[in-house]
Design a binder for this molecule. Structure first.
Ligand code: DP6
Length: 322
């Protein structure tokens, strides 16, 4: 009853922000993302009758604040196998945790895949994505590689699947780390605050399907300019909704803004790059392969950028050991 799985973070190009049903963690909008390759979460799960309680370590240290979410995630799988024992879970990230690099996405994707294998529940990938989605919305997308869409279906259902494989359009991602501190307000709390207090939230919901259709089409057509336009729009619109809440949510720092300005300048000179930013201060630059080197150099030169990470597009979560 032991298994190890790996998963990669994903970065949303059309953002998920807001919940239709908090108890079931049902997103209020669909989303489209790319799964990265070089950043990795590795998670081992061991179910053991001798354990009195679930245990969780992150990067070698007990993480009691994360344990309740890990336990509810394990409970979803244990519900399918009554009498399944408690588990010891060890997870390591090859990148800064909780600083807006989507560690919860890769974390829950790896956890669900490892726990399913260890328990022998043998769920289909789409079902694994649903389990991961209930733990963290963005985690469903890390079950798949390349370009991925989480769609809302009638009857409060979600369906997550691949639009295009990583090999079919080999974009690159350059991440500018502007702060290694954990974010002040997590996504779940931030979303609830926005829903309750932002006057722009209705407009955010009303325009989501149009953005998803535009991005899906741009990906299918490998149309970088069209994808750049809708992705930057979705990112800036999400931050506008957050900023308009009361009190306003500001996830950026000064360096975040400097990065966006520099990337816009490069793009205006014909460099194939666009930006996106999640609920944190890091900037993700999505590039055509020939632009990635120049983009990485430009971002590394900016004062306040502490680290520049480079990735290609990667595969979905998978088992790597028994
Ligand atoms: C800004 O998936 O972390 O990164 O479902 O509450 O765990 P929960 O939220 P989470 O939210 C991700 C928000 C985002 C945009 C995105 O990844 O689509």
């Amino acid at each position: 009853m032991h298994a190890t799985a790996v998963a990669h973070p994903n970065i949303a190009l059309v953002k998920y922000w807001g919940k239709a049903d908090e108890a079931r963690n049902l997103p209020a909008v669909g989303s489209i993302s790319i799964t990265l390759d070089t950043l990795v979460t590795t998670t081992s799960v061991r179910f053991d009758r001798a354990l009195p309680n679930d245990r969780f370590t992150l990067d070698g240290r007990p993480a009691p604040d994360q344990l309740p979410r890990v336990r509810s995630c394990l409970d979803l799988l244990r519900a399918r196998l009554p009498g399944a024992p408690r588990a010891a879970v060890e997870s390591t990230n090859s990148f800064p945790t909780a600083a807006g690099l989507a560690s919860s996405a890769s974390g829950f994707a790896a956890l669900v895949v490892a726990a399913d294998h260890a328990l022998g529940t043998g769920l289909e990938r789409a079902e694994l994505a649903e389990q991961a989605r209930r733990c963290s919305g963005s985690a469903a997308r890390s079950l798949f590689g390349g370009f991925v869409e989480l769609r809302l279906r009638p009857g409060s259902r979600c369906e997550t699947g691949q639009i295009l494989a990583a090999a079919d359009w080999q974009l690159q991602v350059v991440i500018a780390v502007t702060s290694a501190e954990a974010k002040a307000i997590g996504s779940t709390a931030g979303m609830l605050h926005t829903e309750r207090t932002s006057p722009y939230y209705g407009a955010w919901l009303a325009t989501s399907e149009g953005d998803l259709a535009a991005a899906r089409r741009a990906i299918e057509d490998r149309d970088f300019a069209a994808l750049a336009a809708v992705a930057e729009h979705s990112c800036l619109k999400m931050h506008a909704v957050m900023l308009a809440s009361r009190p306003g949510l500001l996830y950026w720092n000064g360096t975040t803004v400097e990065c966006l300005r520099r990337l816009r300048e490069l793009a205006s000179h014909g460099v194939g790059v666009f930006f996106t930013v999640d609920a944190g201060p890091q900037v993700k630059a999505v590039c055509l392969p020939e632009a990635a080197g120049r983009v990485a150099e430009a971002l590394a030169e900016l004062p306040g950028v502490t680290e520049v990470l480079r990735c290609g597009l990667g595969e979905g979560a998978r088992v790597v050991g028994e």
